[in-house]
Design a protein around this ligand. Sequence first.
Ligand SMILES: Cc1cc2nc3c(=O)[nH]c(=O)nc-3n(C[C@H](O)[C@H](O)[C@H](O)COP(=O)(O)OP(=O)(O)OC[C@H]3O[C@@H](n4cnc5c(N)ncnc54)[C@H](O)[C@@H]3O)c2cc1C
Length: 407
Amino acid sequence: MKKTVHVIGAGAVGISCAIHLLSDGHNVVLLDREGPAAGASFGNAGAIVNGSCLPTATPGIVLSALKMLLNKGPLSIQAKHALSLTPWLLRFVNQSRETNYLNSAEHLIALTNHANSSWQRLLSNTPCQSLMVQNGWLRLFETTAAFDANLAARELMDQLQVPYQLLNQQEVRDLEPNLAPIFKHGFFQSDCHSINNPGRMLESLTDHFIALGGTFKQCNIQDIQIQNEQITLKTNQSDLSVEKIVLCTGAWSTQLTKGLNYRAPLAAERGYHMMLPATDAISRPVVNADRGFVICPMESGLRVTSQVELADVDAPADYQKIQSYLPDVQHMLPSIEPKIESCWMGPRPSFPDSLPVISQFSEHIYFAFGHQHLGLTLGPITGELIADLVAQRAPNIDLTPYRHDRF
Ligand SMILES: Cc1cc2nc3c(=O)[nH]c(=O)nc-3n(C[C@H](O)[C@H](O)[C@H](O)COP(=O)(O)OP(=O)(O)OC[C@H]3O[C@@H](n4cnc5c(N)ncnc54)[C@H](O)[C@@H]3O)c2cc1C
C-alpha cells in the first residue's frame, strides 16, 4: 500500500531517495533545515567515480596519516575533539587490517559499479542531463615515489577488475596540455563522469521532484520520537506526526538517532574548497596526488578541493589551509588567475569501514547515511535501494554489509 514518506535531508542521498520513492507512487515530503544541497553535497569535487573501491582505511594508513599530520598535510585532527574521536580512530585502524580492508573494498564496489547507470536512470526524463559529462577521473603524480605509493590501490583495482589506464608524461600532456609539464605519471579512469555544478544539479532535481508532485518543506528536525508506534518529528515549528521516514542527514544523522536509541561510529571528515575564476584550461577533475588536492573545472569557476579535518561536525571552519594551496595550484596550472573568490567547508559522513548504512531500522524507519567521500557517486543507487526496501522488493544488491546494526 502506498504511504506518505518523509525524507529528512535534501543532499545527494535524500533527493535521490525522494525521487525514487515518488516514482514508486508514494506521497513524498522532502525536509531540510536549509534547502537542497545545503551540506556536503553542495561543494564537492563533482566526480562520479564508477568502480571506486578503495576504502579510506588502507593497510599502512597509520604511518602515512602520521606523516601527513607531522608535515601539516591535508589531514588534521582538531585537538579539542581528539578525545571524542578516539573510539572512531581505533575502529578505523582496525579496519585497515588486510582482511577488513578487502571486505570493505568488495562491498564498496558492489555499490560503485552501479554509479554511472544509476545516475543515468535518475536523470532520464529530467532537464538536468547536460550537467553530467563523461570526462574521466585523472590522478597525476609529480614523483615516482608518489606513483609507487599508489601501487597497492592499482593492485586492488586489478583484483576487482576496475578498468584504468596508466599514462606517461607525454600522454598526460596530450590529455591536459595546459598543465605544467611536472607530472611523470598518470592514472586515468575514462568511464567516470563529473557534474560541473553539484549544487545546481541538486536544486534542479528538487525542482523536478516538485514538478512530479513531491513536496519540499524547509524544517529543522530536532528529534525523532516514537510513542505507541507513532513517529513524531520534533521540529523548530510544530511537531509532525508521520507514517514513514527515511533519514538522510549525512554527517548530522547520529544527532537525530539519539531519540531512537541508535548510536553508531559516524565521524565528520570535513573537507574544504576554494573557488578561483573560471577557466577552460582543464577539461576534467584532476587529482594532484603528491600535494593532496583536486582541481575541478566548474561552471562557476575553478574549484580546488582538499583536506580531511576530523572535528565536530558543527565546529567553525578554518579556511587557512585550503587558501595555502594557491601557490601549489599555480605551480600545476600556471595560466590561472590567482584570486580566491570564495571558500567553503562541508562534512563527509564517514564510518570507519568506509561503507554507508542503507538499512531498514524498524517497520517504518529507514536509514541512508555515511557515504564518506562518495556520496555524490552513490546517491542515486542508494535512492533505488531505499525505494526497494520501502516497497519490500528484493534489491539486486545484497544489503547485509550496509546494515545499521553491523557495528
Ligand atoms: C571537499 C569534498 C569533496 C568531495 N568530492 C566528492 C566527489 O567528487 N564525489 C563524490 O561522490 N563525493 C564527494 N564528496 C563526498 C560527498 O559530498 C558526500 O558524501 C555527500 O555529499 C553526502 O551526501 P548526503 O546527502 O549524505 O549529506 P549532505 O549533503 O551533507 O546532506 C545532508 C542534509 O541534511 C540536512 N540536515 C542536517 N540536519 C538536519 C536537521 N536536523 N533537520 C533538517 N535537515 C537537516 C542538511 O541541511 C543537508 O542538506 C566530497 C566531499 C567533500 C567535503
